[in-house]
Design a protein around this ligand. Structure first.
Ligand code: BG6
Length: 490
């Protein structure tokens, strides 16, 4: 058996972590452009500089502190911002796509930067230079037979929509977003077939993603903003199919496993409630309605969602064609409040004594991948696509320029073995595998460069030093064999 013919072996990136060119070609500022670097291993968070009402500046933790009313995040000229150059896909796209082709990629996931197309987000007419940039990229990919997979929004709301409209809390943002979607769907309808709506929709809950003030203290605002996201995602599916019935439009969720600590029923119940941070979104986007428990939760919390006429029908009609998900590590559910914790992507996790972790504390769990593939398949019976997976690690460049990364090869090999079992033994319909940061990119969680995922090394450090030259790591040659043998040679 093995992986199906045409299985999408590839790799994944996101504009704000990879592209750079942060003001080139008429691009506007995205929220990500005002976020500094941090240091994940020493718990130094990424921050934002705010211009306060009295003209003074204050730096805040981008996730741990609220943006006060009237404060405006801005680019402080004495501060380094990793997204501004990132690893400069903007100027290296031909070279990079040629390297992906050399590895044998069948598909490549990238995101469109909303602010290249609509610099402020609320313009009526798009920026032609931005549109042309992605035309050039898609043409380059198609030249090599590489199928694009496009994330419509990957954590980069236009800053203007946050400061002027309160981001996704404002219903108008749905209209601005739909104008953007309509524009890119019409423009690229003959070049792009596979789309993803919001990256890791289940992690869109703070200023960085939703662009709303009071994201920490006003659960009602977050709930309303999330409702707008879900309606927008459903409208995307409906409109996309009208524009091109062949479009395959998926959701994108971080879907990792959470094990009950033991057979204590309380721990199992904890697991169910923690999993709801994921199943809420997969249920709405696949079944087309809010689960009962969520409505009860909102009611008990005194949250009254403002639904417009037609919203429920939209959710029902706009269910996705496939489920794209990221998978890196797993966690444990326990009622023991003193349980040891460790880092995980964009949230913290409880330590699992059976698992090892990477340098950032993310627990490595290949079997967990088979478990979630089965869970998702059994619950929805929709095609699945692993659109992110991989190991963040520090790579050393040897004197002769070579980079030996057996740890990365081992991580992926173990995950592919489990994927294969899910396909061969469990009958899961899997469309593709897209390791994250197939070329080194800025870390989303920490803003570091030293946390690398790529098969391709990029010379750039945490402070912006480096000449950006590209180099093939050992994993490059290993993954080339994987792609060329359709996953048979590991
Ligand atoms: C996911 C995101 O959360 O994990 C990516 O979709 C991110 O944007 C990836 O880069 C890995 O996380 P990190 O923090 O190691 O970059």
């Amino acid at each position: 058996m093995g992986f199906k013919e045409g299985f999408f072996w590839g790799g994944a990136t996101a504009a704000n972590q990879y592209e750079g060119g942060y003001l080139s070609g008429g691009k506007g500022l995205a929220i990500q452009d005002v976020i500094t670097g941090g240091d994940g291993r020493n718990n130094i968070p990424r921050r934002m500089a705010l211009k306060l009402a009295d003209g003074s500046t204050k730096f805040i933790d981008r996730r741990g502190t609220e943006v006060p009313d009237g404060a405006v995040p801005y680019v402080d000229e004495n501060t380094y911002y990793p997204s501004h150059v990132a690893t400069d896909f903007y100027h290296h796209y031909k070279e990079d796509i040629a390297l992906f082709a050399e590895m044998g990629f069948k598909s490549f996931r990238l995101s469109i930067n909303w602010t290249r197309i609509f610099p402020n987000g609320d313009e009526k007419e798009p920026n032609e230079k931005g549109l042309q940039f992605y035309d050039d990229i898609f043409d380059e990919m198609l030249k090599y037979g590489i199928e694009p997979q496009v994330t419509i929004v990957h954590f980069d709301l236009p800053l203007h929509l946050a400061t002027e409209y309160d981001g996704w809390y404002n219903r108008k943002t749905i209209d601005f977003y739909m104008n953007y979607v309509e524009t890119i769907f019409n423009r690229y309808k003959n070049k792009v077939k596979y789309w993803l709506t919001f990256n890791e929709i289940n992690f869109c809950k703070d200023y960085t993603n939703l662009g709303i003030t009071e994201a920490l203290s006003r659960p009602d605002k977050v709930a309303q903003a999330v409702h707008h996201l879900l309606v927008a995602a459903a409208k995307t599916v409906i409109r996309g199919h009208e524009i091109n019935p062949d479009f395959m439009i998926g959701m994108m969720i971080n879907y990792s496993e959470i094990y009950p600590e033991d057979c204590n029923p309380e721990n199992m119940w904890k697991r169910i409630t923690e999993k709801r941070l994921r199943t809420f979104y997969t249920d709405v986007q696949n079944k087309g309605f809010y689960p009962e428990w969520k409505l009860i939760e909102y009611k008990n919390a005194g949250i009254e969602l403002k639904m417009e006429e037609g919203d429920l029908e939209t959710l029902k009609a706009g269910t996705v064609d496939y489920i794209g998900f990221s998978y890196y590590s797993t966690s444990v559910a326990t009622v023991n409040v003193d349980a040891k914790r460790t880092a995980s992507n964009l949230e913290s996790a409880v330590k699992n004594p059976y698992l090892k972790a990477n340098d950032w504390g993310w627990q490595i769990d290949p079997v967990g991948l088979r478990i979630v593939l089965n869970e998702l398949w059994d619950r929805y019976h929709k095609p699945l696509w692993i659109v992110e997976n991989g190991l963040g690690a520090i790579d050393n460049v040897e004197e002769d320029g070579s980079i030996h990364d057996p740890y990365r090869i081992d991580y992926m090999k173990q995950h592919i073995i489990e994927m294969k079992k899910a396909v061969d033994e469990d009958g899961v319909d899997l469309m593709g595998y897209m390791p994250w940061g197939c070329i080194d990119v800025v870390s989303a969680g920490t803003g570091e460069m030293r946390k690398r995922y790529g098969f391709i090394y990029v010379d750039m450090d945490d402070d912006g030093n480096g000449d950006l030259h590209r180099a093939r790591k050992d994993s490059f040659y290993w993954y080339q064999k994987v792609c060329q043998s359709n996953g048979e040679e590991l």
